[in-house]
Design a protein around this ligand. Structure first.
Ligand code: HEC
Ligand code: HEC
Length: 329
């Protein structure tokens, strides 16, 4: 009798007191003011495809820096990729550009845009468990999404990217939030994601652009200007590494649901999770030392596939779900 009671308490404890803590997460992200929600708005001089009208911007040092920053985010591989002309500038480890994910250089709502971003940094970051600057956040994508190394804060390239982002944030007050910032928030499934189902969805809805083997399509006009990829590769050597947000299932499903298939963003959450599981079942560059990311285990993302955890679930369950059972109640 005593023994049964004890097992029950343990089982109860597992569902009540451990796992992802939304209350603590909100507290750690809280601010000493109430942020204002603003409409999504592009500054004068750039269109919804991210094309800048240089006549409107003029040729002041500030305008030239904005234009250079726009080139860096839209044609990153040309300036900072593994084959960049200047060997000292080969910071990215793959041939992506920032716009491989931040569509058209960050001007599309719900496609992780850069509009208004300058107003919401510095901010708390759970991966580092400290407040980070916009430069730190850019370097987060260099080290993971771009599978590379950080670019110095005092380089002309970092200054230009930050200047471009500040210009895209014209008119927003410090602390403001923007409708359409980030990507959609997931509706969690009540089952684990299924890479076998994901493979079928991939063949039907993704392979036409990203290639049967996820190899992507290189832009034939690259030498004459423009982005290296017409359609970015999704796995193997030339892709984001295992430390990227895109390698985590919930984040990848959120990204895919928000943005893909490009031009027809109609996937269900189920299909988004399954196809994300399929994409991330392939090999890609490996990021080491990931057990040190998200040191506060109470708010470590549920889709991190590397231990330690505080909830007793193994790495495979964290990788594919189901997730509801990992939420602290
Ligand atoms: C493989 C995809 C990918 C690539 C390539 C990529 N990023 Fe990101 N980036 C993401 C994802 C995913 C997020 C998180 C979005 C979210 O959770 O709202 C993000 C977030 C960011 C943020 C914070 C956004 C915010 O609203 O807080 C910045 C800044 C950023 N990236 C800059 C860059 C820059 C600059 C580059 C190019 C050097 C780049 N990223 C390349 C996927 C990518
Ligand atoms: C019509 C062409 C097209 C189709 C179909 C398409 N994509 Fe994409 N995809 C793109 C382009 C172009 C980008 C670059 C970002 C942008 O322009 O929005 C991209 C970017 C991505 C990225 C981020 C970049 C990277 O390399 O990781 C992922 C992930 C992705 N697509 C997954 C998918 C999935 C999954 C499907 C099917 C459900 C799909 N895409 C269907 C064109 C397409």
């Amino acid at each position: 009798m005593k023994k049964i009671a004890l097992t029950m308490t343990v089982a109860l404890a597992a569902t009540c007191c451990f796992g992802f803590d939304y209350v603590k997460d909100a507290a750690k992200n809280s601010l000493p003011y109430e942020p204002k929600m603003q409409e999504f708005k592009l500054p004068n001089g750039i269109d919804e495809n991210g094309v800048i009208d240089e006549k409107i911007l003029g040729d002041s040092p500030f305008a030239k820096t904005v234009i250079f920053g726009s080139k860096l985010v839209n044609e990153t591989s040309r300036y900072l990729g593994p084959n960049a002309k200047d060997e000292k500038k080969r910071f990215a480890g793959n041939n992506y550009s920032c716009s491989s994910c931040h569509t058209y250089g960050g001007v599309v709502p719900n496609h992780s845009p850069f509009v208004g971003i300058y107003a919401r940094f510095p901010q708390y970051n759970s991966r580092a468990d400290q407040v980070v600057t916009l430069q730190d956040r850019i370097n987060g994508c260099f080290q993971h999404s771009m599978a590379g190394k950080p670019i110095p804060n005092n380089s002309k390239e970092m200054r230009a990217m930050v200047t471009y982002m500040q210009w895209l944030s014209t008119g927003y007050g410090v602390g403001d939030r923007v409708k359409g910032q980030g990507i959609l928030k997931a509706e969690l499934l009540d089952r684990a994601a299924d890479p076998v189902k994901g493979k079928e969805i991939y063949a039907q809805k993704c392979a036409s652009c990203h290639g049967e083997n996820g190899e992507g399509v290189v832009n034939a006009e690259f030498e004459k200007g423009g982005d290296y990829y017409l359609f970015p590769s999704l796995w193997e050597k030339d892709s984001y590494n295992t430390g990227a947000g895109m390698y985590r299932l919930i984040k990848a499903a959120e990204y895919i649901k928000s943005t893909m298939p490009k031009g027809d963003e109609t996937l269900s959450w189920e299909d988004s999770f399954d196809v994300a599981a399929y994409i991330n079942s392939h090999e890609r560059p490996i990021k080491s030392d990931r057990e040190k990311d998200f040191p506060d285990l109470d708010i470590k993302p549920m889709d991190m596939d590397v231990a330690p955890y505080n909830d007793g679930f193994d790495e495979k369950t964290h990788r594919f779900g189901p997730y509801q059972q990992m939420i602290k109640r």
